[in-house]
Structure formats: C-alpha cells, structure tokens
Design a protein around this ligand. Structure first.
Ligand SMILES: [Zn+2]
Length: 149
C-alpha cells in the first residue's frame, strides 16, 4: 500500500518519487501568511507517460489527499446525470468530450462512459490520457452543479 510522505510542511508525496509506486502529490498554494484562506492543489502522476497533471483544488491537506486517493481507487467516473432516482452515472469514464474550440466563455467539457459516449456528437472527443497530456489537468465532477448524486 502506497503511503503519503511529508517532504515539508505544505508538500506531501504519495509514494517515493522515481519509483513504481509514486502516484502524485499535494501542495499548499495559499494560506500560510496574511488572511487568505488555505488552498491546496492535488497533482496525479501517470506512471506510463511519466506525466504530472492537476486534478483539483481544495481547502485542506486532507481533502487534497482524498482527491488523489479517490481517483486511484475509483478511476474517472462518467459525469452524466441519469435521473433523480439514479443520480449521476457511476460507470468508468472512457473519454472526455469538450468544446475547447469555442470562445472561452462557451467552453464545456465532460467525462463519459461507453454507454453515454454518443451524447454531444458535435463535441470534440479525446481519451482521458490524451486529454490530460494536452491540457495538464482534469477535475472529476467539475461540470456538475453542486454535488454528485
Ligand atoms: Zn455514463
């Protein structure tokens, strides 16, 4: 089981860097001085591509760690809202669809499973790996309003 290692106050790595168990890190980006609230960024490390990418911003170290732990245990989940009863789709996402070709204010993106992969046919699609390698970030449930149901 990979463990968190505190490098210093404000930076912890999951696993040992440059080994097969290294998975990413959390870092405090705000909140040590002045009266700005604490903020943490979470980064995932892709062992296959040796690529580090951003996956979330939270208000505490524990929450930042939970973002990476959740992603490692559950993978990327489809973000489609199914129904009031079923909530959001719980299937593994296999692709990202987005409208990054639009003007900045009109850009959208969503994670989709195989079953929902056909929706938004006019949007551009990429595998998750292509997407994070291109845009350096992906935040689970970012397009969902409020919480995942
Ligand atoms: Zn789905």
């Amino acid at each position: 089981m990979t463990k968190w290692i505190e490098k210093y106050n404000g930076l912890s790595m999951l696993g040992v860097e440059r080994t097969r168990d290294y998975r990413g890190y959390v870092v405090r980006v705000q909140g040590t001085e002045g009266d700005l609230p604490e903020r943490w960024f979470t980064y995932a490390y892709d062992q296959e591509d040796r690529h580090t990418y951003w996956i979330g911003m939270t208000n505490s170290e524990d929450d930042a760690k939970a973002v990476l732990e959740r992603m490692l245990s559950e993978g990327w989940l489809c973000e489609v809202y199914v129904s009031e009863h079923a909530g959001h789709c719980k299937e593994q996402a296999v692709l990202v669809k987005h409208t990054w070709y639009e003007r900045k204010s009109e850009r959208l993106r969503t994670l989709l499973c195989e079953r929902h992969g056909h929706i938004f046919p006019e949007w551009e699609d990429m595998t998750i790996r292509e997407y994070v390698n291109t845009y350096n970030g992906l935040e689970q449930d970012a397009p969902i309003l409020g919480k995942r149901l």
